[in-house]
Write a protein that binds this ligand. Structure first.
Ligand SMILES: [Zn+2]
Length: 141
């Protein structure tokens, strides 16, 4: 069963970006390495430039993504994006555009009066249950 261990600092940064970007969708790529037992360690969440960002989809700069991956020396594991005012589940658009992502993370961002709440889930293609994940703080072990 696929599991993820995610850089908590980068995840926090992504959540903050998604909250500020609201009501637009925000997108990042997950870079890391494969451990034993189908576990992926996400060492970095990079935020490539977006060519277009609306409330329900983004078009990232794919050339920049290729450069980021090449320079990182890490494995491309998947992507993460926000769903403003929508659940953290795979949309039809997400499904149709799912290419070689091992996992796709979706952060639901909803506005409740003055503040925003978020809910995060990671998905593997054609698997009904979300992928389990935990975070680590870099430098702590
Ligand atoms: Zn989506």
């Amino acid at each position: 069963m696929t599991r993820l261990i995610i850089n908590g600092r980068d995840l926090h940064r992504f959540k903050r970006r998604a909250s500020r970007g609201y009501p637009r969708e925000v997108y990042g790529i997950l870079l890391g390495k494969k451990l034993k037992n189908d576990t992926f360690k996400i060492l970095r969440i990079a935020l490539p430039r977006l060519v277009e960002a609306t409330y329900d989809y983004v078009i990232p700069d794919y050339d920049e993504i290729d450069r980021i991956i090449a320079q990182s020396g890490l494995l491309y594991i998947g992507s993460i994006h926000s769903h403003p005012q929508a659940p953290p589940t795979i949309s039809y658009h997400d499904y149709m555009h799912w290419e070689n992502d091992k996992v796709v993370g979706i952060l639901s961002v909803r506005k409740r009066n003055a503040y925003k709440v978020s809910e995060l889930k990671f998905w593997k293609k054609n698997t009904p249950l979300p992928v389990k994940f935990k975070t680590f703080i870099p430098g702590s072990n």
